[in-house]
Design a protein around this ligand. Structure first.
Ligand SMILES: [Zn+2]
Ligand SMILES: [Zn+2]
Length: 328
């Protein structure tokens, strides 16, 4: 099969011909139809995340069809369309798994990080961590739901049911999905982009934002909650100052630059800062059921698999509107 592989952080991906991966017991072999390009892939490629298997096939927003079943797989059939997310494996035995917090598992395996992912024609995944997608919607349009959608949804849940006025910092793939869900739920979205990025601000308004402006601008209202998707630590004190008392600030990314010091009075008043880490399988079940009801429409830019480096560069430089998706 053809695959794009990372030999070492800081290097471009290489186009390689690899043996077809074979499913072990309990696994699916999936022919990849589309694989989204997530900011986390950039953090793996750039070496911000330090525990990759190397070489690794990145990619954890995978949509494809089952092409072979490992021993013991009962719930899937050949040709069925499935999605494969970031959470590829958990131990099932640690204190976090036992508490229903498998997203925090002590011995996890993440797709496209420790487990070869979807920048390839074929991939293999534990069936217990794959999700049936049905036949509605295009492969490329569904791919961003598998991480941008899931992490965005978990971030939205952590913002709290009562957060009506919601700030979103960084308006990319995750934000454009969250904005649709949140406005459908009756919330107001205030979108903060890089200063001067009027294209992203127009995009945010087209996705239902009540207001869009630069992150250097003062929020027009006191926010009940805010979610930061941009990997920029300086946004934490800025967003905190926009929150009402008791407001919640959710950091939705896996990596962020250092957070500058800020006065305690900005946190005072029972404001909360929290991160969101990974996803549980229940998040996926909940969100994949919710998305068609909204319905969530993703804005995607397709690239051939061989142009994975170009897609990553476009994401890194902010040239993208919406979500990049690789098509093998
Ligand atoms: Zn565990
Ligand atoms: Zn991701």
């Amino acid at each position: 099969m053809k695959a794009m592989t990372l030999a070492a952080p800081g290097q471009p991906l290489e186009a390689r011909e690899l043996p077809d991966p074979q499913p072990g017991p309990g696994q699916l072999q999936v022919r990849v139809a589309a694989c989204g390009v997530c900011r986390t892939d950039l953090h793996v490629v750039d070496g911000d995340l330090t525990e990759p298997k190397l070489p690794i096939v990145p990619g954890h927003e995978i949509v494809g069809r089952v092409s072979a079943l490992g021993d013991g797989v009962k719930d899937f059939e050949i040709d069925q369309r499935v999605g494969i997310p970031w959470l590829g494996h958990t131990c099932g035995a640690c204190s976090y798994c036992n508490r229903g917090e498998e997203n925090l598992c002590d011995s996890p395996g993440f797709t496209g990080y420790q487990i070869d992912g979807g920048y390839a024609e074929l991939t293999v995944a534990d069936a217990d961590y794959c999700f049936p997608l049905g036949e509605d919607g295009g492969d490329a349009e569904l791919a961003p739901l598998l991480c941008a959608g899931l992490i965005g949804y978990r971030s939205l849940v952590m913002a709290g049911e009562n957060a009506r006025r919601l700030g979103i910092y960084g308006f990319g793939a995750a934000a454009h999905i969250v904005a649709q869900v949140a406005t459908w739920q009756g919330r107001e979205i205030y979108a903060f982009t890089s200063p001067g990025d009027t294209a992203a601000q127009d995009f945010a308004r087209s996705m239902g934002a009540a207001w869009a402006g630069g992150s250097d601008e003062t929020s027009p209202v006191e926010l009940d909650a805010a979610i930061i998707f941009a990997p920029v630590g300086a946004l934490v004190p800025a967003a905190l100052r926009a929150l009402r008392k008791g407001g919640v600030l959710v950091c939705g990314g896996i990596h962020m630059s250092d957070i500058p010091a800020f006065p305690y009075r900005d946190l005072w008043g029972e404001r909360v800062i929290r991160s969101v880490a990974n996803l549980t399988r229940q998040d996926a079940i909940d969100f994949l059921a919710l998305a068609p009801r909204v319905p969530v429409r993703t804005e995607v830019v397709e690239y051939p698999l061989a142009e994975a480096n170009e897609a990553l560069d476009d994401l890194r430089s902010g040239r993208l509107t919406g979500a990049a998706v690789l098509i093998p």
